[in-house]
Design a protein around this ligand. Sequence first.
Ligand code: CDP
Ligand code: MG
Length: 697
Amino acid sequence: MPSFSSGASPQKQQHNARRKQLIRQQRKSLPIASVKKRLVEEVKKNDTLIVVGETGSGKTTQLPQFLYDAGFCQDGKVIGITQPRRVAAVTVAKRVAEECNDQLGKKVGYSIRFDDSTSNATRIKYMTDGLLLREALLDPLLSKYSVIVVDEAHERTVHTDVLLGLLKKVQRSRSICADKNGKTSSDRQDHSQSSTLKACQGIKYAPLKLIIMSASLDAKCFSDYFGGAKAVHIQGRQYPVDTLYTYQPESDYLDATLVTIFQIHLEEGPGDILAFLTGQEEIESLERLIQERARQLPPDSTKIWTTPIYSSLPSEQQMNAFKPAQAGARKVVLATNIAETSVTIPGIKYVIDPGMVKARAYNPVTGMESLIIIPVSKAQALQRSGRAGREGPGKCFRLFQECEFDKLAESTVPEIKRCNLSNVVLQLKALGIDDIIGFDFMEKPSRTSILKSLEQLILLGALTDDYKLSDPVGKQMARLPLDPMYSKALIVSNEFKCLEEMLIVVSMLSVESIFFTPREKLEEARAARKSFESSEGDHITLVNVYRAALECLEKSKSANAKEKTMEKALNRWCWENFINYRSLRHARDVHSQIQGHVQQMGLYVSSCGDDMVQFRRCLTAAFFLNAAMRQPDGSFRALATGQSVQMHPSSVLFRTKPDCVIFNELVRTTQNYVKNLSRIDPLWLAELAPQYYATED
Ligand code: CDP
Ligand code: MG
């Protein structure tokens, strides 16, 4: 008799059955499971609910399923759950799909910028808060959602804050629409109500349920904002975490992290390590140092497996951090603050926290945004140590003294108070919200910041002189998921017939560290870079790298190589040329996504060929707000702000120091450094940006 197989081997089937049972048990034992009924009742009773519960209590994975079971997805309605971070949206969606015994993208899916895994069947949808904001552009009443859960609200990203304001407004509009005739209880209809009624188009909407969720949030402040909304507390299940401090201050936290990793590895029992660093460059250099030192361990000792996770790493590589280490190896996850909240990284027992974070900072007077490395807040330090107690008791090594902890700020300043608001203002304008200063922000950004952004948007042509969204430029800019200055660059380059080059530049600038410069091979790395270098500046150098990489792919394609082999060849090429393969891959992803957008907008992707003057003129027309002139002492003066800035040593123009440059990034360490520069003719400024530079005579 022939034997039939279901596709999976008997061992695999057995493994799957065991895993299913384990998940069922795990779910039942979560603290949130015992309050299921009460939570559902509260959501039914209250339009807005605040849910606070320790990490690991089951909020993110369970609550949406409870609401689904309680019928909140009837008539095809969707439960949307926002996350401040892409990686959280993806991993949680995968987990919940597995819990539901379903394929990802069916009942449970996720949607993040540049990656959508939902279908018409999706009812529980995890997404980034930024993505929901974009959806509101197309559907102002968010009509397909019955419930929106704003998760990890304590993080207070700029998107969360804007979203909260918007959701409050949507909730009000939907309740107006809920009444068939549009008669509200007071029977008064002001101007905004009548425009809402138009948006209802006679459809009777159910009210929008809103749930604000977090492990560590100031419930009162959220409750006040939502008119005294009710807060529910869930008792958590967090294992004890033993927190240790250093006796002395550490002068070099990178070195201290390295030493601590090996100390744990040699002296502590089994369990994986999670170390928090500030960015890709730090992570990559530490990764190399660990690997070097690990080679000196005795041959029979436990191996170390390092795996990085940071936001610009392609998703599938981020996922490596979630895989278990092989038998006989210890996993060391090197992460930025993206692993600080929401995610569960299996195996972690030890956390190393140097106490620093890279954050956005903004000077509203000059309108300049920059990145700086600053101490974390107490709330962040607690979240970080909490990562050690997700699966069992753990230890957290803080690489600073206990007295320093007491000096940390209680919580992180909401991002909306320390970033350039041009993007926010443009989004709100596109959502039809005209009065930005009067908008009901949970915490209002300063008037100066708002005015500065309005001014910048007028200069970029996104707004008219009377602060209305311009047509077509402003509308087109709002559709692109980019910083307004980059969106403008793409639109301008269409006129200059060099959209092909600008697309590459914008994609390459969207990722961190294209060049890979190991300390021990400085000279070789410099020599390799020479072949891409353009004396015109860093932008054209980036275009050269991108095109050389495409050529490498083309070569293996013409040899009929499969995609995997092509990627391998590119990886090798990157290695030989000291290019960061991860960053380049990310840039290619971003490129293909933005290309889709610009083509939809009807822009034509043409190239200026060898005419680099044309391209530099285009860069000037796009980035005129970031122009700088050389001073007699060799430093530069940013024209828009009067700030004194230095050229970053990584620029190809560092040695030549031309008279006038445009730049794309300001980094503040001990000095102000500008990065990503191109040489321009100062006369072009008045010619190409007369709205800003033309003298009145
Ligand atoms: O949101 P909250 O921190 O309350 O918990 P959750 O993310 O819903 O996770 C609840 C539990 O599910 C965790 O403690 C893990 O045991 C498990 N979980 C997991 O194993 N893998 C995931 N990707 C997410 C959660
Ligand atoms: Mg959670």
